[in-house]
Ligand binder design. Structure first.
Ligand code: ADP
Ligand code: MG
Length: 709
């Protein structure tokens, strides 16, 4: 990779990269193709000059005018102020950052060309920080592209880099068609033609059509992108079908772990649970690695489904690993499951191994030995802990809970790790990959499932266990806190328990902590004689456990906490949840939190306390989120609305991995193109494998791994 993009000899030490070069690299813009596919997100019209009298408030314009005055003023703060006249009107220019050469360029009497946003304040027209050039230069003949960029990467630099990349890619015929002509979408532009156009559109073209991406050149780019996504996923799916996984046959033996677990369960499975259990059981009994997402709303009963899958795996003589995102969740979430399974395993000489970050070395080593010997049939921990240096004797099934917490890149790393750490003495010589079951309470909306998760089989629990009462959600202004505390008092006298959740302030863990401890203090004072506990991420593990167990056992009436209880905690007697600064939480997060109540038979409620922002109002997205919470309890509906509010990149956690998955296509708009791509992908892989490979390489380069995760 060293020296890429330069013509210097290979023997020479690579030159250190400049800041903009590094920035390009960070954005993944390495190859000419990547640069050529880095498309503008808007355009500026520098092809013409306008008159000030024709410019409306807020227009981005280019004018030529003569400088009438120019001086540094100090009120309200130091700035360079100039007045120019273009013959139709005058305009005041303001610069808060300026250099001596700027004053020179704006000497009285000079003819200048200015570009910037015109504001029509009551003091006359103004422009803040316009660009200044000498008047009379050539005007642009195409619209000027504005590229997605970063602080270290000036537009002029990235523009030049893109132009260079585009020219080079076109010269090397990198954009020759990969899609067979008879399969192109109707009225399709050529790819090279489309790219050239989008980087340098003619001034006559409608800016609106360019910016909302309905122009045929954009359509071609979107089609290409969607096809790349579908191709890479289909390919991953086919590759997986060729891999080997242990056959975890369903055992009908009444002595088996599965039969005994079923007999010990204190409830009947719901129809939906029975259906997904059968789907998973079927997958496990095949010699192809399962890659399945189990989705079901909070409280829908995913844990027991996991337990049954684990039992089937253990009956077949293989180990099962259970992972949650954090230690406290692993413990909270799997205690019940282990409580069901451990008594069944013990007579068979099998054990459960816990792997936690807070374990003493000696204990951990003992656990690791159990795992390596195969004596531990079930291995429970956080996914970080399990990944770290653990050797399984024969891992047959990995179950990851609360999958939505993991980004795409993390999932990929996990799969890789699991297949690396494979079987010391596998029954067959060929490498085996374990089955993978992911569980999530944040359902993936259909549009996303069809495009991003095509490689994933999905099982859905769409029914809650009987006897649940709907949770009533109330929005309450922070100023009415006292009424909320009164309500808590009433609940406590009825023997109920209460969660009080404080927001996590990302910029400052210290602040986050103070918030929780202040609230804890205030509630202790307001509720004398009641045990009020506090739980936050900075507490030592042992202390967290102690607090949690007091709450689980019912001695503690109120638990104040940061979002550590977000997922997985199961205390049926808790019937009220107060979420402070609810306006700061994401929608899925709020829904997850709310799911902690309404687990028992008592009528449950969730109070969303909100504080108005600086301007005495909530932001639009905060208002939308809170409204959605008050309007629906349905996780699928919530997920759809969340997707609308946040967009797919953030929804899927792709941001963390640095790979924006779909850059141009919009699944809400481009359904016809998605259908086209889904239809074409298998045809391409079967009949045009060479073009398909080229297509994936062009679009995804090194990134295609992200899509397989
Ligand atoms: P989640 O899907 O959010 O992980 P859990 O697995 O924690 O939900 O289940 C929530 C609660 O419902 C648990 O207390 C669990 O024991 C109980 N539960 C699960 N399935 C059933 C069922 N079929 N009937 C009654 N209760 C059930
Ligand atoms: Mg759960």
């Amino acid at each position: 990779m060293a020296g890429a993009g330069t013509s210097e000899g290979a023997a020479q030490a690579p030159k250190p990269l400049s800041a903009p070069q590094k920035a390009l690299r960070k954005m993944g813009l390495l190859r000419p193709v990547d640069l050529a596919l880095h498309l503008p997100f808007r355009y500026e019209d520098e092809t013409r000059l306008v008159k000030l009298t024709d410019a409306r408030d807020g227009d981005l314009v280019q004018i030529e005018a003569v400088v009438k005055s120019c001086q540094v003023v100090f009120k309200p703060r130091r700035q360079l102020q100039a007045v120019v006249d273009d013959g139709s009107d005058t305009c005041t220019l303001r610069f808060f950052n300026f250099y001596p050469n700027m004053q020179k360029a704006l000497e009285v009497g000079r003819q200048v060309r200015l570009r910037g946003e015109v504001r029509g304040g009551f003091m006359g027209r103004t422009m803040m920080h316009p660009t200044v050039q000498a008047a009379g230069g050539l005007l642009a003949t195409a619209l000027t592209p504005v590229y997605p960029s970063s602080a270290e990467l000036p537009q002029a630099y990235i523009r030049k880099a893109v132009q260079g990349g585009l020219a080079q890619a076109l010269r090397s015929q990198a954009f020759n068609d990969t899609i067979p002509a008879q399969h192109l979408p109707p009225h399709s532009w050529g790819l090279a033609q489309g790219l050239q156009f989008l980087h340098h559109p003619a001034p006559s073209v409608s800016l609106a059509q360019l910016e909302d991406k309905t122009h045929p050149a954009w359509q071609r780019l979107k089609a290409e992108e969607l096809l790349a996504q579908q191709l890479s996923q289909l390919q991953a799916k086919r590759e997986r079908q060729l891999l080997n996984a242990p056959v975890l046959a369903h055992s009908a033996s009444p002595q088996g772990v599965l039969a005994q677990l079923r007999a010990a369960l204190p409830f009947q499975l719901t129809q939906a649970q029975q259906r997904v259990v059968a789907e998973i059981a079927h997958d496990l009994a095949r010699a192809v690695p399962m890659h399945r997402l189990l989705q079901g709303d909070v409280g829908s009963g995913k844990t027991v489904v996991a337990a049954l899958a684990a039992a089937q795996c253990i009956d077949a003589g293989w180990q099962c690993a259970l992972m949650a995102p954090t230690e406290i969740l692993a413990e909270q979430h799997f205690t019940k499951l282990v409580g069901w399974l451990a008594p069944v395993l013990a007579p068979l000489g099998l054990q459960v191994a816990w792997l936690t970050g807070s374990q003493k070395k000696k204990e951990r080593d003992a656990m690791l030995a159990l795992v390596a010997s195969g004596q531990a049939a079930l291995v429970v921990g956080t996914h970080a802990v399990i990944q770290d240096k653990v050797q399984f004797k024969h891992l047959g099934l990995a179950i990851i809970d609360e999958q939505h917490r993991f980004g795409v890149a993390q999932r990929l790393a996990l799969r890789q790790k699991l297949s690396d750490s494979e079987t010391l003495d596998a029954p067959t010589a060929q490498a085996q990959e374990p089955h993978l079951l992911m569980m999530s309470a944040t359902p993936i909306p259909r549009t996303l499932a069809m495009s991003y998760y095509d490689d994933l089989d999905v099982s859905t629990i769409d029914e809650l266990p009987p006897g649940r009462t709907a949770i009533v959600t109330k929005l309450v202004a922070d100023t009415r806190r006292d009424e909320v505390i009164e309500r808590i008092r009433v609940q406590l006298t009825e023997g109920r328990q209460i969660y009080w959740v404080c927001p996590l302030i990302e910029e400052s863990e210290a602040l986050d902590l103070r918030n929780a401890t202040d609230t804890h203090q205030a509630l202790c004072e307001a509720l004398p004689g009641v045990m009020v506990g506090v739980l936050h991420s900075r507490m030592p593990q042992a202390e967290k456990k102690a607090v949690m167990s007091l709450f689980v056992q019912g001695q503690m009436g109120v638990l104040v906490s940061t979002t550590v209880i977000e997922v997985g905690v199961d205390v049926p007697n808790a019937s009220l949840m107060v979420i402070e600064h609810a306006e700061r939480f994401g929608l899925s997060q709020l829904h997850q939190l709310r799911g902690r109540v309404g687990r028992g038979a008592a009528a449950s409620a969730c109070v969303l306390l909100y504080a108005l922002g600086e301007h005495g109002r909530l932001s639009d997205t905060a208002r939308e989120r809170l409204r959605a919470m008050a309007e629906t309890n349905d996780g699928f509906d919530i997920a759809r609305r969340d997707l609308d509010i946040r967009g797919p990149g953030e929804f899927l956690g792709a941001r963390q991995s640095g790979a924006a998955l779909l850059r141009f296509a919009d699944l809400n708009v481009d359904t016809a193109l998605l259908d086209w791509a889904k239809h074409l992908a298998p045809i391409m892989l079967d009949a045009y494998p060479e073009q398909a490979a080229r297509h994936i390489e062009r679009w995804l380069g090194g990134k295609s791994d992200f899509l397989k995760a």
